[in-house]
Design a protein. Structure first.
Ligand code: GUN
Length: 280
């Protein structure tokens, strides 16, 4: 069993991005990321702090627009319109979830698709589905980069994705399909989840439920990617029962230190991609 070490790979990627930001600076361009953070969800605040720190280390300028949860949708849309026009901002990210009174779709659609470094705009979703170049959501993109790094070719594999969110499961499904895996996608209404997961050469789980995947549900020799982030008794764990499942796997991601750091590395990578658009 080999651990898919996202922590080490993400620091290699971040070093490479630093070189690219240095090159861009020689051409007079400082890559810039704007983050919109609404409300006081502690996990969102933590994620945004991590994103800010990663930008700083990689030589990317970042600005966080913090807004109270009482903010109007109109105000958020005005902030986005301002950042769309700002030539120093290459990437715009609205941290989710948004408060319930705000229409998330409307907010995400207001972001200029050329600055949509989260890849949540329908324009970029459409390009991903069609297999065209665009911005791809950071977590599933990070999973693909991690698999590539370990020379895992997904072509022809039976892949099972558990979780069908817009942020993780659906784009993951499309990336795998574009790479010619045979993809089975499961969700809350799936009957007999184990009958699906047991068929998988590549099992990717992003649900947010600790202990969801047990050893009985995993095929011998499978590659297991755990995107879940759960706190149990103050400890960070994924959706996969690591102790039981790991011995059956050819490869498995640890939590923490697997997919999480890759997500941030891909955000930096998407921001650089957007910034390069300025000098092309
Ligand atoms: N909330 C949970 N995951 C994400 C993410 O990848 N991007 C944003 N913007 N918000 C999130």
């Amino acid at each position: 069993m080999t651990l898919l070490d996202g922590k080490t790979l993400s620091s290699l990627i971040q070093n490479d991005i630093k070189k690219q930001t240095d090159e861009l600076k020689k051409k007079g361009v400082t890559a810039g990321l704007a983050v919109v953070l609404v409300g006081d969800d502690s996990a969102s605040h933590l994620y945004v702090k991590m994103k800010e720190k990663a930008c700083e280390d990689a030589g990317i300028y970042s600005i966080v627009h913090k807004m109270p949860s009482s903010i109007s949708e109109e105000n958020i849309l005005e902030t986005i319109a301002m950042m769309n026009k700002n030539p120093n901002i290459d990437g715009i990210l609205v941290q989710l979830p948004l408060p319930r009174h705000v229409n998330q779709t409307k907010v995400l659609e207001a972001i200029d698709a050329a600055k949509d470094v989260d890849g949540f705009h329908p324009f970029n979703i459409g390009r991903l589905v069609a297999g065209l170049d665009g911005f791809v959501p950071c977590t599933p993109l990070g999973v693909m980069r991690l698999l590539e790094h370990y020379k895992i070719d997904v072509k022809g594999l039976n892949a099972c994705v558990v979780g069908a969110s817009n942020i993780v499961g659906k784009p993951m499904m499309n990336l795998l399909l574009n790479a010619f895996a045979t993809v089975d996608i499961c969700h809350i209404y799936t009957k007999d989840l184990a009958s699906h997961t047991k068929q998988a050469d590549l099992l990717i789980v992003g649900v947010g439920k600790a202990g969801l995947i047990t050893k009985e549900m995993v095929k011998e020799g499978a590659i297991v990617v755990d995107i879940g982030v759960n706190k149990v008794d103050g400890k960070l764990v994924g959706d996969v029962e690591f102790e039981g499942v790991a011995p059956k796997c050819s490869f498995i991601t640890p939590v923490p230190g697997g997919v999480g750091p890759m997500t941030i590395a891909m955000l930096l990578s998407n921001t650089i991609k957007a910034a390069k658009g300025r000098v092309l």
